[in-house]
Design a protein around this ligand. Structure first.
Ligand code: AN0
Ligand code: CP
Length: 320
């Protein structure tokens, strides 16, 4: 595997899920695979789970992880080409990427959407430069439009907890005080469309996801109707993707607290399990009563981030 951005990169999903079960059962069985190999984890943005689970996955495989926080530990990096660098950025990605790549075998990068220029974000301008200038396999650790390690962990979690072959999975928008990227819902939709699930997306008007990710998934604007009979409720906030309202790309269109998942919402489901990628704002996205209930899967979901990262890194090591 040369890069990990989309569900297609992992190949056959059933094979990937079987491998995930194996990795989870015997995490140290491939200790030799990563011997004398290094993974560089580059963070342009904050992280708890991605940072720790990627390091743990690499250590399980016998690799050495190196973590770099851009702008804190390193020089501030310029990402746009052709600019006069007379501001606060001391170094360009064009040099920094090949230098970092020369110190490692694999690279993982977290670089959130800027949410101001849709083309810059949706062209994955920063991650593409890593692919082009690193010459090493690149993993998106949440880039402008995707968060594949999260979506893979979400699918593993759903597989572990489903009680029927084709569960009803509902991705619901929920309110948040700050404008957030679309990477998590984009990838979740992409992976659910590829999986065996009755998948429904619900959000207020204007929050339509890019068809590249939403595909043919059913969109239901009435949240309560969408949640009826759900087996899994996956809540997430995202800002305007700029599909039906291009001028509002990256903006907050609604803060409607009726969309906060609480007991009233869960009551119309099929005793659904609650999911969220974390970090989550309590009583904005989800009520205390729902996230603290035995139906919540947020902790096992986060634990599965080690499993998804380990399968991805293992596949890359095997094809180095
Ligand atoms: C980020 C987001 O919504 O993309 C990271 C989620 C994994 N969340 C926040 O910035 C709160
Ligand atoms: N879910 C997730 O990616 O969490 P972090 O932002 O803490 O890495």
């Amino acid at each position: 595997m040369k890069s990990f951005f989309h569900v297609q990169d992992i190949g056959d999903l059933q094979a990937a899920l079987a491998e995930a079960r194996q990795v989870k059962a015997t995490p140290f069985a491939w200790k030799q695979l990563g011997e004398n190999k290094t993974i560089m984890l580059v963070f342009f943005n904050s992280s708890l789970r991605t940072r720790l689970s990627s390091q743990k996955a690499a250590l399980n495989l016998g690799m050495s992880p190196i973590v770099l926080n851009i702008g804190q530990d390193s020089w501030k990096l310029e990402t746009e080409l052709g600019v006069v660098m007379d501001g606060d950025k001391s170094e360009h990605l064009r040099e920094a990427i090949p230098v970092m790549a020369s110190y490692c075998d694999l690279i993982g990068v977290r670089s959130f959407a800027g949410l101001t220029d849709r083309d810059f974000d949706y062209n994955e301008t920063i991650l593409r430069q890593f692919v082009e200038y690193a010459g090493k396999p690149v993993i998106s650790l949440e880039s402008a439009t995707v968060h594949p390690c999260q979506a893979f962990a979400d699918l593993i979690t759903i597989e572990e907890h489903k009680t029927q072959k084709r569960p009803k999975v509902v991705l619901t928008w929920a309110p948040h005080p700050r404008a957030l990227p679309q990477a998590v819902p984009n990838s979740f939709a992409e992976w659910m469309n590829a999986a065996d699930a009755d998948f429904v997306i619900t959000h207020p008007e204007g929050y339509e996801l890019d068809p590249l990710f939403a595909g043919k998934a059913r969109v239901e604007y009435d949240q309560m109707k969408a949640l009826e009979g759900a087996d899994f409720v996956y809540a997430k906030n995202w800002s305007c993707p700029g599909i039906s309202r291009p001028q509002d790309y990256g903006k907050i269109l609604s803060k409607d607290m009726n969309w906060t998942i609480d007991d009233r919402h869960m009551a119309v489901t099929n005793n659904a399990r609650f999911m969220h990628c974390l970090p989550v704002r309590r009583n904005m996205i989800v009520s205390d009563s729902v996230i603290d209930s035995p139906r919540s899967l947020v902790i096992p979901e986060a634990a599965n981030r080690v499993v998804s990262a380990q399968v991805v890194i293992k596949r890359m090591l095997e094809t180095l």
